[in-house]
Design a binder for this molecule. Structure first.
Ligand code: KG4
Ligand code: ZN
Length: 330
C-alpha cells in the first residue's frame, strides 16, 4: 500500500501542535506544546498571549514532528491545518505557516475543522505498539456513527455518515460543557483549567444532599449549561459553609448525565450502534465510566480516545486530512 504521510498543524487555541500520520491511521509523531501556564493566572485563555506563543513555537514544533517521524518534507504528501473554529490570531499563525510551507515545498494544503477532527482521535494508532496498550479499543469504529464533541469551546452532537459528511444535530445554546466546568471551578476558587480539578474533587464528594439540575432542552439534541453554572454560583452565595467536593460531585453528575442521555437517545432514534466521543471533556472519569455502562445496556459500542488524544493535538488534524474536503494547490 502506498504511504500517504500527512503533516498536521494545530494552533486554534493554546496548544501549538504538529504531527505526522500515515494513511489516516498510523501516528508517526505527536508533538504538543501548551501555553496554558501563561494563561492560568487570568482564569482563561488570553488570545494575544496564545498567538505570541504560537509564533515563537510553530517552526520548532513542526521540525520536531518531522524529526520524530524520521521523515523530511519531501516525504510528506500534504499539509493539513486547522482553519476553523478558534481564536483568529492563533489560527492565522498555523494557517500562514502552512501556506508558506506549502508554497515552498509545492505540497497541497487541506483545511480541517477542529471540532469535527476531535472525533478522529478514535481512528488512529501509534506506530510504536507499546503506546497502544490499555487505552485503545481492539477494533476501529465503523461508520455511520453518532459523534459527541465536548471541549472548552464546543458541545456538539453529530450524525457522522462519512468523513466528508458530519451532520450537526445538536449543540449548546450557551456555554460549552468544558467552559461550564471551568466557570464552576472559578466560582469555587479551584484554578484553571477547572475540568480535571472538579473531576478529582467530585470523587470525594459523593453525596446526594445537594442537587443541581441541568436544562433538558426537550425535543432537541441541544444542550444548555449556563443555568447550572449560575445555580452553583447562587448556592455558594447562600451557603457560606459549602463543601467544594459535594458541589463538584453534584454539578458533574448532572452536567455529564445530560450529555450521556442525549447521545444515547440519538443512537437509539437513528438506529446507530456506534458512539464516538472526543474533546478535552472526554477525559472526564465519571463520563468514561457511566457512558460505557449506559451504552452497554443499550447494545451500543462507545469509543473514547486515550487521554493524550482527548486534548488538543495535531494527530486528529493529520488523520482527518487523509479524507480531504477542501484542498488547495499552489
Ligand atoms: O479539547 P480541549 O483540549 O480544548 C478545546 O478545544 O477547548 O478541551 C479543554 C477543556 C477545558 O475546558 C477543560 O477544563 C476540559 O476540557 N477538561 C475536562 C477534563 N479534562 C479537561 N473537563 C472535565 N473533566 C476532565 N477530566
Ligand atoms: Zn479542541
Amino acid at each position: 500500500m502506498k504511504k500517504v504521510n500527512i503533516l498536521g498543524i494545530e494552533t486554534s487555541c493554546d496548544e501549538t501542535a504538529a504531527s505526522v500520520v500515515c494513511n489516516g491511521k498510523t501516528i508517526l509523531s505527536h508533538v504538543v506544546a501548551s501555553s496554558m501556564k501563561h494563561h492560568a493566572k487570568y482564569g482563561g485563555v488570553i488570545p494575544e498571549i496564545a498567538s505570541r506563543h504560537h509564533m515563537e513555537l510553530i517552526s520548532s514544533i513542526v521540525k520536531q514532528a518531522l524529526k520524530d517521524a524520521k521523515l523530511t518534507l519531501e516525504d510528506i504528501h500534504s499539509i493539513a491545518v486547522t482553519s476553523e473554529p478558534g481564536l483568529i490570531g492563533s489560527l492565522l499563525v498555523g494557517t500562514s505557516f502552512a501556506k508558506g510551507l506549502s508554497f515552498a515545498s509545492n505540497k497541497p494544503i487541506v483545511e480541517i475543522n477542529h471540532v469535527q477532527a476531535h472525533l478522529y482521535a478514535n481512528f488512529v494508532r501509534f506506530v510504536d505498539k507499546t503506546k497502544n496498550e490499555g487505552e485503545f479499543p481492539k477494533s476501529l469504529p465503523k461508520l455511520p456513527a453518532i459523534g459527541l464533541v465536548i471541549s472548552g469551546g464546543h458541545s456538539n452532537l453529530y450524525h457522522l455518515k462519512s468523513f466528508k459528511n458530519f451532520q450537526l444535530i445538536g449543540k449548546t445554546r450557551d456555554d460549552a460543557i468544558g467552559e461550564a466546568f471551568d466557570k464552576v471551578a472559578k466560582v469555587l476558587n479551584l484554578g484553571y483549567p477547572g475540568g480535571p480539578i472538579i473531576d478529582k474533587l467530585a470523587k470525594k464528594g459523593k453525596n446526594e444532599s445537594i442537587k443541581f439540575t441541568c436544562a433538558k432542552m426537550p425535543g432537541t439534541y441541544d444542550f444548555s449549561f449556563s443555568g447550572i453554572k449560575t445555580a452553583v454560583l447562587y448556592y455558594t452565595k447562600k451557603n457560606k459553609n459549602f463543601s467544594k467536593e459535594k458541589i463538584a460531585y453534584s454539578f458533574q453528575k448532572s452536567a455529564i448525565n445530560i450529555l450521556i442521555d442525549k447521545s444515547i437517545n440519538a443512537c437509539l432514534k437513528k438506529k446507530i450502534k456506534t458512539l464516538l466521543v472526543g474533546g478535552g471533556v472526554a477525559a472526564n472519569s465519571y463520563l468514561r465510566k457511566k457512558l460505557i455502562e449506559r451504552a452497554d445496556d443499550e447494545g451500543i459500542k462507545v469509543f473514547l480516545p486515550p487521554l493524550t488524544l482527548c486534548m488538543d493535538n495535531a494527530v486528529i488534524i493529520a488523520g482527518l486530512g487523509y479524507h480531504p474536503n477542501n484542498v488547495f494547490k499552489n
